[in-house]
Ligand binder design. Structure first.
Ligand SMILES: [Ca+2]
Ligand SMILES: [Ca+2]
Ligand SMILES: [Ca+2]
Length: 175
């Protein structure tokens, strides 16, 4: 089954349940994200990635993602323009939401994705693979070499570089 469809339907079921039961506001918290992702990636540890994703969906940072927020984010990822998707991805990678992606933030996301995939899914990946990945990406993205990637640098390099775009596809497939 398609991962996105499954996530949406799980989310919808949760949402309906939350409307009739304990949580009348229909919002979903971080634990629900973690639960959903652990079901789909039982072979790996998806806790950290679910945490980052949750923060990207929780645009007003109040610790809850409403069903509307979720659908809004999802529709960008499914039907948005390249620009919109890259904006969304930038927001995901910018963990502390200060408008810059640092090498550490990129590494944290990469590690989280690798952890989630689990070693049995990608046995060819080595322990230091996330770091190598990040080194390569970061060199390409940080055009002015000031140690941080801005939204402009991010969008420009993603659109120019097929490898980066492909890795964005990877990210898109695991949302
Ligand atoms: Ca929120
Ligand atoms: Ca940042
Ligand atoms: Ca820079």
């Amino acid at each position: 089954m398609d991962m996105k469809v499954s996530v949406i339907s799980t989310y919808q079921a949760r949402h309906q349940k939350s409307q009739t039961q304990e949580c009348p506001s229909g919002v979903v918290n971080e634990d629900t994200f973690k639960e959903i992702y652990s079901q789909f990636f039982p072979q790996g540890d998806s806790t950290t990635y679910a945490h980052f994703l949750f923060n990207a969906f929780d645009t007003d940072h109040n610790g809850a993602v409403s069903f509307e927020d979720f659908i809004k984010g999802l529709s960008i990822l499914l039907r948005g323009t390249v620009q919109e998707k890259l904006n969304w991805a930038f927001n995901l990678y910018d963990i502390n939401k200060d408008g810059y992606i640092t090498k550490e933030e990129m590494l944290d996301i990469m590690k989280a994705i690798y952890d989630m995939m689990g070693k049995c899914t990608y046995p060819v990946l080595k322990e230091d693979a996330p770091r190598q990945h990040v080194e390569t990406f970061f060199q390409k993205m940080d055009k002015n070499k000031d140690g941080v990637v801005t939204i402009d640098e991010f969008i420009e390099s993603c659109q120019k570089d097929e490898n980066i775009m492909r890795s964005m596809q990877l990210f898109e497939n695991v949302i």
